[in-house]
Ligand binder design. Structure first.
Ligand code: FE2
Ligand code: FE2
Length: 374
């Protein structure tokens, strides 16, 4: 077993990424964990195919030029004095909102690609057959997310935008890390936690019916990925020594810091504002001014606020203790979060989505079977 994995439950045991020979150990085949079997077999209930119009039709049009994908009040930048007096034409504001949507969907696409490679990397290191089958199943689901978001961006805009520096370095770090805890905390807890909040928001507020359906279909899968991380946390965290616990908690805070509290690359900001004939320095000056005027004790609010959803995920998993609580408490009301219970935002949306998929998947169970190659 590889060092540094802090394995507390045999089903999360791991080998080095290049140690295939260990997989051929005969005893291993007889010791398959059943902990993930329900998640693996549920995949048939929530099967969907982004290339099959019975599930989602990417040809449904949306008028990007004349309709904003999200309500204007969701774009606080448009309320900055300098921006408000420059972008006076409603069409310019629509263009700005929809361009920021392109950037948002592009981050999601890069994140999904990261999830695909990360779960494939778990297949190489996880030693238990059941855990490995879980990871293979997640890889397959992430692959359809990449297909779906790539197709959506292609249909609406033609081409995605670059992956942001902070997200890119986090994805590279967790995909390359040999330690299972780094992978699971980084992806199943952090990235997936953040995604569930972002998808729930998109599902509720995006005016494009195709985007709405897409978010819901993806959430039917993501809700299960998040559970895998939760099972790991439940079986691992209570058994950690103090030193190990500190290590995991620090890794968590490190990932959260790079994902959530990244202020954005100034060059990237310049590129965005420059496209709308805005002077980036004046926009940034307005943002700085608004932060100064804001109540410093103000916290993130709202059930679908992505920061809040993510911090709740970490709190429920036991990844925040007195040591790091202060860091998160700067941003959210921790007592309020603790009082809310374990149900995650998006669970209801995912459950409705699964019912929608079951109706399609089991409608004509007696259909003729064909083994097609194209
Ligand atoms: Fe995904
Ligand atoms: Fe996922």
């Amino acid at each position: 077993m590889a060092d540094g994995n802090i394995t507390k439950d045999a089903m999360y045991g791991a080998v080095a990424p290049d140690d295939f020979e260990s997989m051929l150990t005969l005893d291993r085949y007889g010791e398959r964990s059943t902990a993930f079997d329900k998640i693996i077999s549920a995949t048939h209930d929530h099967f969907w195919d982004p290339l099959d119009k019975r599930y989602i039709d990417f040809d449904e049009p949306f008028d990007l030029e004349n309709e904003a994908m999200t309500p204007e009040e969701h774009s606080p930048i448009l309320r900055l004095p300098y921006v408000a007096e420059t972008l006076t034409d409603p069409k310019q504001r629509i263009a700005f909102i929809n361009y920021m949507q392109l950037r948002g969907f592009s981050s999601i696409l890069h994140g999904e690609q990261g999830a695909l490679n990360l779960s494939a990397s778990l297949c190489h290191v996880l030693y238990d057959q059941g855990a490995q089958e879980y990871a293979a199943n997640q890889t397959r689901e992430e692959a359809r997310h990449v297909t779906a978001f790539a197709k959506y961006i292609k249909t609406r805009w033609g081409r995605p935008t670059e992956c942001g520096a902070a997200l890119k370095s986090l994805l590279v770090e967790i995909i390359e890390a040999p330690e299972v805890y780094k992978k699971i905390v980084g992806m199943q807890m952090l990235v997936e936690g953040l995604a569930m909040g972002a998808f729930a928001n998109g599902y509720r507020h995006n005016r494009d019916p195709v985007a709405k359906k897409l978010f819901q279909l993806v959430m039917t899968d993501e809700a299960f990925h998040h559970k895998f991380g939760k099972i790991w946390a439940d079986r691992t965290i209570p058994k950690l020594t103090e030193a190990e616990r500190n290590m995991v908690e620090d890794w968590t805070a490190h990932c959260a810091q790079s994902l959530l509290f990244d202020r954005g690359d100034p060059r990237q900001q310049a590129e965005i504002y420059g496209m709308f004939d805005l002077d980036p320095e004046r926009v940034v000056a307005d943002i700085v001014q608004r932060r100064k005027e804001r109540d410093p004790t103000r916290k993130f609010k709202g059930e679908t606020n992505v920061f809040r959803v993510l911090i709740k995920t970490l709190l429920n998993a036991g990844l925040i203790t007195a040591r790091t609580r202060g860091f998160y408490a700067m941003y959210v009301d921790m007592d309020e979060l603790a009082a809310e219970g374990e149900r995650m935002v998006g669970d209801d949306i995912a459950e409705d989505g699964i019912r929608y998929l079951q109706a399609i998947n089991f409608k004509d169970a007696g259909r003729p079977v064909s083994i097609a190659a194209e």
